[in-house]
Write a protein that binds this ligand. Structure first.
Ligand SMILES: Cc1ncc(COP(=O)(O)O)c(C=O)c1O
Length: 244
């Protein structure tokens, strides 16, 4: 961020932070969401804080905030009337082109309830991540991400698994874990191999190697100690060749 902000300032480019997954994380001790001109968070179902669907924008510019408020609600403002009356009213004006981008009250209420429990969610996820890392460190064929346990609010737990001969073992691993009732995710399939982007395709040898090694293990607030143990030992057994 430091580098990007520096470039933005020098070249007069606005910085919009894609902070979709970063709610609750820090950068150099400060909460994400206030570094650039605008930061966008996502609250969809897989995020650490969810509203079911939706998101929010944070910014420090009253003029821009006014524009966004109108744009998100069909270009409607109730401001003029409200300023004079200070009570609910039937009056509204369409003052600009706008969209239906506002969050429903039902979704917002889910988010507010989640927000009260947010710190608890993150503490538990940090605990699971540290437990996984501690257990997997030193197991042959497992690569761990470099993590900042203090600043990062983890939303998933991804590791690399590889065979010494670089044989693809991932699909067998997913199958082995599924048989044991453990669901494995892949975050993510690279965009450049998606059919829609085929015409732009270029060889990206490192991405293409690494994506065949990445697996995301279960990470959720309700995870019990027994479940955590089962996942850890299943991974270990597979990597020791007992599951292959
Ligand atoms: C990095 C990143 N940006 C943007 C999005 C989009 O989020 P939404 O569609 O909820 O705005 C996601 C969703 O996971 C994401 O991971």
């Amino acid at each position: 961020m430091d580098r990007l902000l520096e470039i933005g300032k020098k070249k007069k480019i606005r910085i919009v932070e894609d902070a979709a997954h970063a709610f609750g994380s820090l950068y150099k001790g400060k909460k994400i969401g206030g570094f650039g001109d605008v930061a966008c968070f996502s609250f969809d179902p897989i995020k650490n804080l969810t509203c079911g669907e939706g998101g929010c924008v944070t910014l420090n510019d009253a003029r821009l905030a006014g524009i966004l408020r109108k744009k998100r609600l069909l270009g409607i403002t109730r401001d003029t009337w409200m300023r004079y009356k200070n009570k609910r009213s039937w009056f509204y004006e369409v003052v600009t082109e706008g969209y239906r981008y506002h969050m429903s009250n039902i979704n917002a209420s889910i988010g507010l309830a989640q927000f009260k429990k947010f710190e608890k969610f993150i503490e538990k996820k940090k605990y699971i991540v540290k437990e996984y890392d501690g257990f997997f460190r030193g197991i042959k064929g497992i690569g761990l991400l470099r993590r900042n346990y203090i600043e990062s609010a983890p939303f998933n737990y991804t590791i690399k698994i590889f065979d010494p001969n670089r044989k693809n073992i991932r699909d067998g691993f997913i199958h082995y874990m599924a048989k044991r009732g453990i669901s494995i995710g892949i975050n993510y399939i690279p965009n450049h191999i998606q059919p829609f982007f085929r015409k732009f395709r270029k060889k990206l040898p490192v991405t293409e190697r690494v994506w065949k090694e990445i697996v995301s293990l279960p990470l959720y607030y309700d995870m019990t100690k027994a479940e955590l143990k089962k996942v850890r030992y299943s991974v270990k057994r597979f990597m020791e060749g007992k599951g292959k």
